[in-house]
Design a binder for this molecule. Structure first.
Ligand SMILES: [Zn+2]
Length: 106
């Protein structure tokens, strides 16, 4: 009987040690996941910023060309500085149907 009780305690002690090891592993995994989540959160924030900037660029892009020229530009392109009476377009497709090609700035 005493032997069985002793063995029972030893089994419980071994179980507790095993559980503590499992908890330590879980805590370690949890910390790894938190670090990875933080990296992902940072990457997500950076990407969101880029997407916003690109969206701004797309929405605010005015397209212009000189009446005698062959290329369509954004208004920020240095080639537009000397255009006296620019012709403007809603889209690159519109400019292309009128015989213009897109500058690298577009
Ligand atoms: Zn251009």
């Amino acid at each position: 009987m005493k032997q069985q009780i002793k063995q029972g305690f030893l089994n419980v002690k071994a179980d507790i040690n095993g559980l503590q090891d499992n908890v330590a592993v879980l805590e370690s995994n949890n910390n790894d996941l938190r670090e990875k989540m933080e990296v992902l959160r940072t990457a997500y924030m950076e990407l969101s910023e880029v997407v916003l900037q690109m969206s701004d660029m797309l929405n605010n892009t005015e397209l212009v060309a000189s009446r005698s020229g062959k290329r369509v530009h954004t208004t920020k392109c240095p080639f537009t500085e000397n255009i006296k009476e620019p012709r403007s377009f809603e889209s690159v497709a519109e400019a292309m149907t009128m015989g213009y090609t897109a500058c690298a700035c577009v």
